[in-house]
Design a protein around this ligand. Structure first.
Ligand SMILES: *Cc1c(COP(=O)(O)O)cnc(C)c1O
Length: 455
């Protein structure tokens, strides 16, 4: 067959090959951690693969399975306790494949009303948990970074408009010394300065924010504040209620970065820490982190979506048809993107199938792992020292007497032996150990096995 549409024909053999592989991958229990890659080896196995004639799909899939996938550390392994893991529900993973097969263009109501209605149902559920008003709404973007960028552009332009500032006026956004690096990136991109407010025990408070603004020589240039609902390193939730009050008093846009910790809104044992989030002007949570969705999925929600629309709507004559008579929802109007995958659908499907209680249970499991691990470190491991009581699902601790190299060697050894993927972190200038719990299949036996290697 040499017709130009030969690649678009249904080929039962390739379908069976890929489906069989997916079935096998979904059944791994537990998912193996796998290993870091060696560049020279990988380049060698890939050599000549992209040629004019193509290859047998069985051979290519085998190369992926045996070589490439083994050189990818599985973020969904229950032993993956670094950074922030990604442990999608099986149902969400399955539906991600449906989204891929359906080739949905998630830009506009015109093209994808059915998909967008379902995505918006999920955004509504999250907005309700945050206590945001009925009018709140937004869209799904690729990650917390894309969400922070899209939201803070709206903050900037809204402030310029309301305060009658031109493009050259100095603008600053209040952040803490714990704010995520993606916010620093955002501010560089959008030409806004950082106004760094010192934290008390790594937590930004309304009191500190107010004091910093009052002591500043140019308070009028401060247009927004970013509160973090769960710092990535230690899981600390800022004083959102206090920050909201100061934001109100100084007419600041209040953005809440809950990329990691926002999922705690679904966990009764920690919900009170988020009080004040209902005052946010914009809010980001990454379902690809603690809401068990596959990469890449972040929910971005605005209190007043019309403000975002005014900033992000793209005017191109070929797009005009999207906006005619539309009070319908075009996700493209709420972030800097245009084309987008309907990446909220896997979460929607999983939520619809399992119900919210299953999510609450799985999130609480991560919180329990963190609390139990803290207790274990305190009670049973003399050489270990808890740095801080865990607030969410991350635990930061030190091994007495260890220097930086000890932590790095230990981390590499753990991975080589497939016991765990646990990378060290920094804490007040010191290298320390950190667990980021999230996978509800992680067990305390696994935790003990890892801690025992530090004796
Ligand atoms: C992970 C994280 C981000 C960045 O999100 P991405 O999805 O990686 O782009 C931003 N803020 C916080 C607090 C995070 O934990």
């Amino acid at each position: 067959m040499t017709t130009p549409d030969r690649m678009h024909q249904y080929d039962a053999r390739t379908v069976d090959l890929v489906f069989d592989y997916m079935r096998e991958r979904l059944q791994y229990n537990p998912v193996p951690l796998d290993h870091p890659g060696d560049g020279e080896h990988l380049r060698g196995v890939l050599e000549g693969l992209l040629n004019e004639r193509g290859n047998d799909p069985a051979d290519v899939l085998k190369l992926y399975d045996h070589e490439l996938s083994r050189a990818v550390i599985s973020a969904d392994s229950p032993r993956y306790l670094s950074f922030i893991p990604c442990a999608p529900t099986k149902t969400a993973l399955l539906f991600d494949m449906v989204v891929s097969c359906a080739s949905l263009q998630g830009i506009s109501w015109l093209e994808a009303a059915g998909a967008i209605a379902a995505e918006n149902q999920v955004l509504r559920l999250i907005a309700d948990r945050a206590g945001l008003p009925e009018t709140a709404g937004g869209c799904f973007v690729s990650g917390g970074s894309a969400g922070n960028l899209s939201a803070l552009v709206v903050a900037r332009d809204t402030a310029r408009h309301r305060r009658g500032l031109d493009g050259r006026a100095r603008l600053r956004v209040a952040v803490s010394d714990q704010t995520h690096s993606s916010v620093t990136n955002t501010l560089n991109i959008i030409g806004v300065e950082k106004f760094v407010v010192p934290t008390t025990d790594h937590r930004l408070t309304g009191e500190a924010l107010r004091a910093a603004i009052e002591a500043d020589g140019d308070p009028g240039s401060i247009i927004a504040v970013v509160g973090t609902a769960g710092t990535t390193n230690a899981g600390i939730v800022d004083d959102l209620a206090g920050i909201a009050q100061v934001a109100h008093d100084y007419d600041l846009w209040f953005h809440v970065d809950g990329a990691y910790g926002g999922a705690g809104l679904f966990a009764p044992s920690v919900r009170a820490k988020y009080d004040g989030i209902e005052h946010a002007d914009s809010f980001v949570v990454d379902p690809h982190k603690w809401l068990f969705a596959p990469f890449d999925c972040a929910a971005l929600i605005y209190r007043q979506p019309a403000l975002a629309r005014a900033v992000h709507t793209q005017d191109a004559s070929y797009l005009d048809v999207l906006h005619i008579g539309s009070d319908e929802w075009n996700p493209t109007d709420y972030a800097y993107h245009l084309t987008r995958r309907a990446r909220g659908l896997p979460l929607w499907f999983s939520l619809a199938v399992h119900g919210t209680q299953a999510y609450t249970d799985a999130i609480e499991a991560g919180l329990t792992l963190a609390r139990d691990t803290a207790a274990l470190i305190r009670d049973e491991y003399e050489d270990l020292e808890l740095i801080r009581e865990p607030e969410l699902s991350s635990v930061v601790f030190r091994r007495k007497g260890w220097a930086q190299k000890d932590y790095y060697d230990w981390s590499q050894r753990l991975l080589a032996e497939q016991i765990g993927f646990v990378t060290p972190t920094g804490w007040e200038g010191e290298v320390v150990a950190r667990f980021a719990f999230l996978h509800p299949g992680t067990t305390m036996a696994m935790v003990r096995e890892i801690l025992d290697t530090m004796r």
